[in-house]
Design a binder for this molecule. Sequence first.
Ligand SMILES: Cc1cc2nc3c(=O)[nH]c(=O)nc-3n(C[C@H](O)[C@H](O)[C@H](O)COP(=O)(O)O)c2cc1C
Length: 366
Amino acid sequence: MSLYSLIRPILFRLPPESAHEFALKSLGLGLAGSFVRDAVSRRYQTEPFGKLNRFGLEFRNPIGLAAGFDKNGSYTRELAALGFGFIEVGTVTNEPQPGNPKPRIFRLAEDRALINRLGFNNVGAAHVAETLRRARPDCVLGVNIGKSRSVPVEAAIPDYLASFDAVYDVADYIAINVSSPNTPGLRELQRHKLLEELLSALQERNDELRLRNSLPRTKPLLLKIAPDLSEAEVDDIVSVALRTNVAGIIATNTTIAQDGLRTSPEKVKQCGEGGLSGAPLGAKSNRVISLAYRTSGGKLPIIGVGGVFNAQDAWEKICAGASLVQLYTGFIYVGPTVAKRINEGLAGILEREGFQSLDDAIGCRS
Ligand SMILES: Cc1cc2nc3c(=O)[nH]c(=O)nc-3n(C[C@H](O)[C@H](O)[C@H](O)COP(=O)(O)O)c2cc1C
């Protein structure tokens, strides 16, 4: 029995957002030192996958922490010490904003799921960049940017550009979030014309900043998409991504669908609107990963995210076409050793399935 399985019932008595803040602060204060010691083993961080090269960056392992967990980038070092291969901070917006009124995170324990409608609460892109300049994690660092709530969709481009400028120097990659269900109108940016305009503007700025800073190459831009897209919409997004030299796709964000849950409809209704994450999202996210992998002919690296709790879940994403995997809800239910456990389990699965390397397995069932 793990230490977390003893502590989890106590944490789960707190409102979800308070439990989350308490856990992050404990990590920051070193109170969670025993978890860190438990979770960290230098050996497994460099082995058994070797260095994974993705869009010009080197990853020590394929398991990352998804956006939303550390919105303001205040705990990246502590989180990296838990054995993640990469941490994605944010979503940050150009304007600091408080998000939606509380309560705005709900646990559906029977489904190993969460519903949230946080609405991009964050201290603003410039402030987050400052924090990250002072303390960077010792792994790949992504920064996820989104639209400020006060800005209408038609004026989204300058708003994204301002966030892009603010985080450019600190981020190893920048994720463009056009898929959160909690900012009105945001997902409209997944439509062909708007998406192409947004990504082209960001890549133009990317190139300007490369020249200005005499860098050998532009920053990898990744696009985070929703699970609730039709096959034609995924096709369309992939074609825009390829045309605008996007480095990869993050599939997927939370879903607005609430079908097939074990939790009673009354309880689900009480939560109100929001995005559903965790176990019920797994298959939906795998579908989008597989579609994006096939449509791009394996040319676009995919970060698979949605419903990953254990090594088998991560393996399914890799088989569907993901070359990296992220999780959020799995951390809440499994605890701080989740990355270590998945990495160790994944190494065992690779060996059992007879693959020489992780790269050989990507898309093997797509
Ligand atoms: C409470 C919460 C907050 C989130 N905030 C963000 C966010 O700010 N930006 C973002 O791109 N995704 C956000 N997500 C989505 C996750 O990054 C991830 O895509 C999704 O939860 C599916 O993964 P999971 O099933 O492992 O949680 C959030 C998810 C949760 C549960």
